[in-house]
Design a protein around this ligand. Structure first.
Ligand SMILES: *[C@@H]1O[C@H](CO)[C@@H](O)[C@H](O)[C@H]1NC(C)=O
Ligand SMILES: *[C@@H]1O[C@H](CO)[C@@H](O)[C@H](O)[C@H]1NC(C)=O
Ligand SMILES: *[C@@H]1O[C@H](CO)[C@@H](O)[C@H](O)[C@H]1NC(C)=O
Length: 456
């Protein structure tokens, strides 16, 4: 039975690889799983498309992030957005995307099985392929198989600047200013969507976790205003990037900025490198190239494969094939990565402040509404207004938080974030956004990573 199942899964993998339409939730995935493992002993060049399993074992994925095997050994697991899940147990890591098919405009998510995924020990050795099949559900009465329409995104046509929309935004509130960007005019709306994360948002974001007493106490001792761009006159934030208009690579750009900035912090600005988001776009099998991806899985790529410098694979914004690098292309690794709070769904603004101040800039996902595109300055919040001229569906975008503060005149709390739309956008490429209210879900899935400082 297992062999037949693999065939079915692999054919659907090939058919639908270009997108990430799976929509699986914690409640669908929790439960007892059987993992089927292929032959081991490989390095990270192992490709996991087809393999024959040589052993299997069961694990229970329990609340909220606990894994138990049949011998009672304990491990960790987390959902990765609505795309799949990672398990760490008995000194090994397992990651696979949840299984799905797309047929006749209908997406079916099989949250009770995975595609072929990757397994290796926690030191990154001894790779093997695997896939998982859910044995019993952890949450009864939840259907592990759900369908949805593969809706055509409403991104057709070209963009026309809409002065009434700008006027509307600027008249309903005082906290931020909208502006017309002349360069948007005539741009394809589908390209603007790629800039803002790719295709439309398919998941309801998890709510931030309640803040506990210890976190409350710890953040009460933090400075009221904090900005990694100015720590006693020194800047520890990597330069603003421009992802361009043809590639949904924000996830790779933001992860690169966090990695670069954290290396600057760890080395007191003696190591200032620029990482290659193109390497992630072209080479990471944990993401979908220009069609999107996730900072958590980019950090995982940085742990398993390492990121190369920009000069090794300069950014051009197309999903070109991965090619080996010639010459001196050292790789930069992370020793650790996690969702802030520990697992998907455990994040909150207090924990984000603590990790930001202690360790450096953090990539965050959030939902882009059409008013955000027009941001010029001030503290952004979604106005609820719609641009009547230009069709738009909410997208998932990733940016990097570099600081926070409180506005002295309004007392409004804000985050400072670096966007990847060049320095002409917003406040020299940055924006402020409301803090403490989970504005456009920006406090629900932040990622932390710890780079390894390479020997000189
Ligand atoms: C997944 O669940 C569906 C519906 O409950 C079931 O028909 C199917 O056999 C399950 N798949 C596996 C691999 O167990
Ligand atoms: C994805 O699943 C979540 C809950 O599991 C649901 O709220 C959401 O509407 C789904 N998204 C789509 C596009 O069906
Ligand atoms: C970090 O670098 C700054 C500027 O070069 C220097 O003034 C400072 O002493 C350094 N700090 C440490 C801990 O080395």
């Amino acid at each position: 039975m297992a062999a037949v199942l693999m065939l079915v899964m692999l054919s659907s993998l090939r058919a639908a690889w270009a997108d990430t339409p799976a929509n699986c939730s914690w409640g669908q995935v929790a439960g007892v799983w059987e993992f089927h493992i292929g032959p081991g002993g490989y390095d990270n060049r192992l490709r996991c498309r087809s393999f024959t399993s040589v052993e299997s074992f069961k694990v229970s994925l329990l609340f909220p992030d606990v894994v138990l095997d049949e011998d009672g050994n304990k491990g960790f697991w987390t959902m990765i957005y609505n795309q799949g899940f990672e398990v760490v147990i008995n000194q090994r890591k397992y990651f696979a995307f949840s299984s799905y098919t797309t047929e006749d405009g209908v997406v079916t998510s099989f949250c009770n099985s995975t595609f072929a995924g990757w397994s290796h020990d926690v030191l990154g050795q001894d790779w093997a392929c695997y896939y998982g099949i859910q044995w019993t559900q952890g949450v009864p009465d939840v259907d592990p198989v759900t369908t949805r329409l593969l809706h055509k995104d409403a991104y057709e046509g070209t963009f026309r600047n809409n002065p009434d929309f700008i006027k509307g935004i600027n008249s309903v509130q005082r906290s931020w200013k909208a502006v017309t960007y002349p360069e948007y005019h005539g741009m394809k709306i589908s390209n603007m969507a790629l800039r803002a994360g790719g295709s439309s948002s398919t998941q309801s974001y998890p709510l931030p976790a309640p803040m506990d007493q210890a976190t409350r106490k710890a953040i009460s001792h933090l400075p009221k205003n904090f900005d990694w761009r100015n720590i006693n006159g020194q800047n520890f934030v990597a330069a603003v990037k421009d992802q361009g208009n043809v590639c949904g690579s924000c996830y790779a750009q933001a992860a690169a900025i966090a990695l670069e900035s954290r290396l600057m912090i760890m080395t007191n600005n003696t190591l200032m490198t620029t990482m290659s988001p193109q390497d992630v776009v072209s080479c990471s099998e944990y993401s979908q190239g220009c069609k999107g991806g996730f900072p958590y899985l980019t950090a995982k790529y940085a742990q398993d494969f390492g990121m190369v410098e920009e000069r090794c694979n300069p950014y051009h914004g197309h999903s070109t094939p991965c090619r080996p690098y010639q010459g001196d292309c050292r790789r930069y690794y992370v020793e650790e990565y996690h969702y802030i709070g520990g697992f998907y769904g455990a994040c909150n603004d207090g924990l984000m402040m603590m990790d930001l101040v202690k360790n450096g800039p953090i990539p965050v996902s959030f939902q882009v509404y059409d008013d955000f595109r027009q941001y010029h300055s001030g503290i952004y919040h979604h106005t609820g207004l719609k641009d009547g001229w230009n069709p738009w569906k909410v997208t998932d975008h990733v940016v990097t938080i570099v600081g926070y503060g409180i506005d002295p005149s309004s007392d409004e709390k804000y985050w400072i974030a670096q966007n990847t739309w060049g320095t002409d956008w917003g406040e020299l490429g940055y924006f402020k956004i409301r803090r403490g209210t989970n504005e456009v879900n920006i406090e629900s899935i932040a990622v932390a990573m710890t780079p390894i400082v390479p020997n000189p």
